[in-house]
Every structure is written in C-alpha cells, then in structure tokens.
Design a protein around this ligand. Structure first.
Ligand SMILES: Nc1nc2c(ncn2[C@@H]2O[C@H](COP(=O)(O)OP(=O)(O)OP(=O)(O)O)[C@@H](O)[C@H]2O)c(=O)[nH]1
Ligand SMILES: [Mg+2]
Length: 437
C-alpha cells in the first residue's frame, strides 16, 4: 500500500525529540516532566550532525523512484524476505529496518517480500518485491535464473562480514542481495563496523536507529492506526505506563525460562507505580496499559490495581495459541498483536518482559528505553528484579549467544569480531536483553 505525497512525514525528528513532544502533550500539568523533556530535546539538538536523516531519506526516495520508473535496467537492489508464519512480530519486523540500513549503506534500492508487511503498512514508495521482479523481467532479467546473493547472518562465523567489511564494496559484485528470514536486529552489528560507524553516529546521534527508521518503514495503515488512536483518546491519561507481560514463553527446558521463574505480575505493577511516584503523578493522571499474551495476566493486573487504573484491549485475540515456524506459544492474530504493539509504543514509559522480542520492538517503535523485568528468584544482586535500558534500541538477541559461545550449533564469533562488536558502547544493551540458550 502506498502513501500519497500530501501526507509526507518529517524525518528529522530524532527519537528524543519525538518522545519529548509526546511527553509534553500528554503531561501538560507536570512542570518537572516538561523540564526533563525540554532538556532531552536540547541534548538531542546539540548532538544532531549536519547529515540530517531527512536528507538521507529524501535521497533514498529519489533513488527508489529511479528504480521504479527508469527506462534502463534498474540499479542494484536488496530484497528482504520474511514468511508470514515464520515468527512473532518482534522477530519479523527488525529485518525490515536492517534491510533499509543496508540499502542506505550500499546505495541500493530496497524491496520487501513479506505479505503481512504489504497488507498492514503504508509505505511512501512501492517496496513490493513482486512488482519489482516483473519490472526486472521486462528488462530481460529473470530473478529465478539469476537469484540475488544470500546475505549470511545466522552463525557466528558469518558475522565477520557484518562487523569488519565495507558493505558496499563487499556486495558490489552482486546485482541483487537477499536477507531472508532474519529474525534478529542484525543492524546492531553495523553500528560497530569501522567503515560505517562514523556515518551512523552522524545520522543517529543518540545511537537510536530503529525508531526514526520505523517512522519511515513501519507506518501502520490508516484503519488500524485509527483503532490505536481512538483507544488512546478514550483511555490513555497524561502518564500512561505500558506493561508487556509475556507469560507463555517458558517451558523449563534446559537453558530456557522456567515457568515458575517468570517475573511476577505484582512486580510489573510495583515498577509502574514506582515510575508514577518518581514523577509525582496523581492517580487521576495515571493509567496502566497492559499488553499480554494471556487473559489471566490482564485479570491479575486488574485484581492488584483495581479496574479503574487498568486499560487493555480485551478483544485482542490472546488466548488462542498458535505455533509458528520459530517462537514459543505465540497467541492471537498478527493484526491484534500489532495494535497492542502500537499502543505500547504510544505509552510514556514501558515495563517489558526481558527476552521477549515483542516488547523490545514495541520499545524500539516508541523510542522508549524500557524497564526490563527479569526472570528468576531475585535472591541476590546477581539476579535483580529489573534493569532500565539506556536507549530504545531493540535487542540483538544472538549477541548473547555469540559472545558466550554456549552452543556449537550457533558457531563462534572470532576474537577480532568480538573486539569490533565491543567497540560500540551500546554492545551490552544489545546483548543482555535476551535469555536465549
Ligand atoms: N496481542 C498481544 N500479543 C502478544 C503480546 N505479547 C506477545 N504477543 C504475541 O506473541 C508473539 C510473540 O512473538 P515475538 O514477537 O517474536 O516475541 P517473543 O516474546 O520473543 O516470542 P518468540 O520469539 O516467539 O519466542 C507476538 O507476535 C504476539 O502474537 C501482547 O502484549 N499483546
Ligand atoms: Mg522472539
């Protein structure tokens, strides 16, 4: 689906400015909040380089239009593929952003082969891979005979390309390149790549790449967005804290989460209350929005806080457990999950379940550095109840595995790659957010 030109967004809204603006409109009465929000805007403005994201994306759009309407064989491309049932949303969306970043760094056109994406999001240009293959065919280029070159991302050994090589030069010999079913935020690696780190730092001065790029790539189509905005108008208050409670992702198998060690719902609520109190917000201006993967979690929050303080979408389809190619007990429909995800991303603060890509991507879309609730018994300082992220960037969940080399299946990250990855001060945030193996 394409967006008309009259509704073009402004891109030069960095994460902090965007978040601050939302905070300010929602918290008109709390001067302390406004002061903090303004301070954040000032910091972002100071850090903003001359390479505005706006001009980068405008240049990209011009390139893309050439790829769509040129009279000769279009320029090089990257195609991002994702199967509809491959995983939950939190594992399906990040490669869209990685793909755009790769397109920007390699000066290619981006195309997307992901039916749910085309059905649900509104794009400013036509990213359809299906349309592009027809276009290429009209110039005599058959992608079934000359398929795009696959980008490797799955094993530790594959990552030296991402971390140590100039992406443009590396893939120059290939007309098309293909990122297929990448369920992770592999873009995190590019931020540590010596050929690209300075550029990315100039364009994304706060280190947050996902949120501003999601504004371009992950714009929900108007009828779904209207449901989000309508709910927000009716039920949100000046200070609304989102709880994302992932309770079905546990099986107690070796290396995975034990169901009796999930973060307690009482503790989610206590964190929401401490956020409220720390900002001096009265109950009349405060609500908790709950996104959860099972009905009992909503009921429990209501039982603790009282019906008046809690909002959620009872018709979001959770309760019907559907398995996917990868992932654990993913309930509901993708559309209902997307509406909850958008609502979470519209909150002022988020309290999410560590290790859940869904909460991580909701935070990324919202530009909200979340509080991550941790599993376990919390009996000592090595196992705290929660931690607060520094930025809103999503998790790079394989980072944990690659750095700790726990399982030979995943392969190893070599010493040079480890060193390079750790040259990015955000590396800990990217890796400590997941409980994988
Ligand atoms: N509606 C709704 N659905 C949710 C919520 N949390 C999780 N889900 C569902 O569960 C799926 C979770 O898959 P992901 O998004 O990959 O997140 P994850 O927690 O890492 O789960 P797995 O990777 O599948 O193990 C989502 O796509 C949703 O369908 C929520 O707060 N609201
Ligand atoms: Mg996941």
């Amino acid at each position: 689906m394409q967006l008309s030109h009259s509704r073009q967004p402004k891109y030069s809204i960095y994460t902090g400015i965007d978040k601050a603006a939302r905070d300010m409109t929602q918290m008109q009465r709390s001067s302390q909040q406004i002061e903090r929000a303004l301070e954040r805007v000032k910091i972002i403005q100071r850090g903003a380089g001359t390479l505005a994201l706006e001009s980068l994306l405008n240049n990209y759009k011009a390139r893309h239009v050439e790829c769509l309407h040129g009279t000769t064989l279009p320029r090089k491309y990257i195609v991002v593929e994702m199967w509809d049932e491959y995983a939950g949303l939190g594992n399906q969306f990040p490669s869209i952003i990685t793909g755009l970043l790769m397109a920007l760094l390699t000066e290619r056109c981006l195309f997307i082969n992901f039916p749910f994406y085309h059905k649900t999001f509104l794009s400013e240009v036509d990213f359809s891979w299906e349309h592009h293959t027809q276009r290429l065919m009209s110039f005599g280029h058959d992608v079934t005979k000359t398929p795009p070159h696959p980008i490797q991302f799955w094993k530790g050994e594959d990552l030296s390309n991402w971390l140590l090589k100039d992406q443009k030069t590396l893939y120059e010999p290939h007309y098309g390149i293909h990122l297929k079913n990448d369920p992770d935020y592999t873009a995190a690696l590019l931020q540590a790549n010596p050929y690209h780190a300075p550029f990315l730092q100039a364009v994304f001065p706060t280190g947050e790449m996902f949120q501003p790029l999601a504004r371009f790539m992950l714009r929900v189509r108007p009828d779904l967005e209207e449901i989000v905005q309508d709910f927000k108008r009716k039920y949100f208050r000046p200070f609304t804290v989102g709880l994302q409670i992932r309770a079905l992702k546990c099986d107690g198998g070796q290396g995975s989460i034990h169901c009796d060690e999930l973060p307690m719902i009482e503790n989610f609520v206590a964190v929401a209350r401490s956020l409220q109190r720390s900002k001096g917000i009265p109950d009349s201006e405060f609500r908790v929005f709950v996104g959860a993967d099972k009905r009992e979690s909503y009921d429990k929050v209501v039982e603790i806080m009282g019906q008046d303080m809690v909002i959620y979408r009872p018709d979001n389809g959770v309760g019907t457990v559907k398995s996917k190619v990868i992932g654990v007990n993913n309930p509901g429909t993708p559309e209902s999950a997307l509406i909850d995800m958008r609502l979470l991303s519209e909150c002022n603060e988020l309290v999410v379940t560590v290790g859940s890509s869904y909460g991580s991507i909701a935070s990324g879309i919202g530009g909200i550095a979340p509080v991550q609730m941790i599993h376990g018994k919390h009996e000592n300082v090595q196992n705290p109840y929660w931690y607060k992220a520094i930025t809103s960037e999503p998790c790079y969940w394989k980072g944990n595995i690659f750095l700790n080399n726990k399982d030979p299946f995943w392969g190893k990250l070599g010493p040079a790659e480890v060193q390079q990855f750790k040259s990015n001060p955000f590396w800990m945030q990217y890796t400590q957010c997941h409980c994988a193996t």
